[in-house]
Ligand binder design. Structure first.
Ligand code: PGA
Length: 241
C-alpha cells in the first residue's frame, strides 16, 4: 500500500480531487466507486470547485456507490442517493442513468444485489474505488465479525455505524435504519485501483490495524492488504504514531 499523509484534511481533499479530475480528463468514461459519510465531504467540495475551474466533463463518467440504506422512502434526505445528488452529481453533471445505486426499496433485495453486481460488470468493472473507513474498521457496510460477504449483500448495521450516520437523520440515531445493502469485499477488491481516505483521531486505531495488523474479518479494511494498487490518504490525526 502507498501511504500519503497530508498536513490538513483540506489539502488531502484537494489533492485527491485533482488526481481524479486529471484521470477523468485522460479517460472520460472512467468508472468510479464512491463513498458517503463525513470524511468525503471536503473531497466532494473540492471536486465541485475544481470541476468548475478546470471545466472537466463528467458526461461519460459512470459511478457506483458503495452502499445504501434499506427501506427509506424515495424522497428521504438520508438516502445516500440524495447525499450524492446534493454533494456532487448535480454540481458536476452526473445524470441519474450514469449513477449506479443500490435500491433499498426493491421488492426483492437479494435480486437487487445480484443486479448491482451485473451492472458493475456490464460497465467494465470499477476503475477507481474511493473508500472511507469506519472507526471499527468497516469498509462500505462490511462490518467486523466472524465472516465477511464476498459480493453485494444485505447487511445489519452495528450500533457504532448507526451512530456515525445519525447526522443524516437530524442527529437521531433511532431514525437510522438497521439494515443496508452493500458491495461485498470481492466487489471492492475487484476495483483496479483503491483509494482510502481517513481523517481524524477516531480513525487512527483502525488505520494502524489496517496497515500493520493481520488480515482479519475483525477488521474488514485489513483485506486491502491483499490488493496490489491501494493508496491510503491520511491527515496527521489519523496517521499511525
Ligand atoms: P465517516 O464514515 O466518513 O462518516 O467517518 C466512514 C465510513 O464509515 O466508511
Amino acid at each position: 500500500m502507498t501511504i500519503q499523509t497530508f498536513d490538513h484534511t483540506r489539502t488531502l481533499a484537494r489533492e485527491l480531487a485533482a488526481r481524479v479530475l486529471a484521470r477523468i480528463e485522460r479517460q472520460p468514461a472512467l468508472v468510479l466507486g464512491l463513498p458517503t459519510g463525513r470524511t468525503p465531504l471536503p473531497f466532494y467540495e473540492a471536486l465541485r470547485e475544481q470541476t468548475r475551474v478546470r471545466g472537466t466533463r463528467w458526461a461519460d463518467v459512470r459511478t457506483f456507490n458503495l452502499d445504501e440504506f434499506v427501506g427509506l422512502p424515495p424522497d428521504h434526505p438520508g438516502r445516500y442517493r440524495a447525499y450524492m445528488e446534493r454533494e456532487l452529481f448535480q454540481a458536476v453533471g452526473v445524470s441519474a442513468e450514469r449513477a449506479g445505486f443500490l435500491d433499498g426499496n426493491a421488492p426483492d433485495l437479494e435480486a437487487e444485489c445480484r443486479r448491482y453486481e451485473r451492472a458493475i460488470a456490464d460497465a467494465g468493472g470499477i476503475d477507481v474505488m474511493v473508500l472511507g473507513i469506519g472507526a471499527n474498521g468497516h469498509i462500505g457496510f462490511n462490518e467486523p465479525g466472524d465472516g465477511l460477504m464476498a459480493f453485494t449483500h444485505r447487511a445489519q448495521l452495528q450500533p457504532a455505524t448507526r451512530l456515525a450516520n445519525a447526522s443524516l437523520f437530524g442527529g437521531d440515531v433511532e431514525q437510522v435504519p438497521h439494515e443496508a445493502l452493500s458491495m461485498g469485499m470481492t466487489t471492492i477488491l475487484r476495483a483496479r485501483a483503491i483509494v482510502l481516505m481517513a481523517t481524524g483521531e477516531e480513525k487512527a486505531d483502525a488505520v494502524a490495524r489496517m496497515l500493520g495488523g493481520p488480515v482479519t474479518t475483525k477488521l474488514p479494511a485489513s483485506f486491502l492488504q491483499l490488493h496490489p494498487e491501494v493508496t491510503v490518504l491520511l491527515d496527521p490525526a489519523a496517521s499511525p504514531r
